[in-house]
Each structure stands twice: as structure tokens, then as C-alpha cells.
Design a protein around this ligand. Sequence first.
Ligand code: SF4
Length: 68
Amino acid sequence: MRVAVDRGRCCGSGNCVVVAPEVFDQDDTDGLVLLRRPEPPPEAAERVRRAVEVCPAGAIRFTSTTQP
Ligand code: SF4
């Protein structure tokens, strides 16, 4: 699995950080999303899918859903 974020769309809600803190973080200065792990481990896949669902800005997307 690969995931990408679009900081131009992110509104800094922080939902993704709550759902999958090992994958997403927020910038201390502007509050926008930071991608900690562009290739999350398989055990994080469900949380990443949930983060995509709860992102109000549509700023998170999968670039590949192929499982290792
Ligand atoms: S949930 Fe979406 S809008 Fe909110 S911080 Fe994460 S990427 Fe940004």
C-alpha cells in the first residue's frame, strides 16, 4: 500500500492523525498534514482506509492498493 496527501487541499482538521497517528502527523507551524509513512505497513491498512473516509477535504488518497 502506498498513500499520498495533498497539502493544498488539507484544511488541518486532524482527523487522519487521530485515526492513524503512525502514518499521519500535523505540521506544528501551519497545522497541515504531514505524511510520516508513505508506505504504511499492512497492519495499518484499515486505519489508513478509515483516514481516507474521515478526511473532510479529500486530501488523502491511495497511490497503490497492492498488498505485499
Ligand atoms: S483529515 Fe484531511 S484535512 Fe484533516 S488533517 Fe488529515 S489530510 Fe488534512
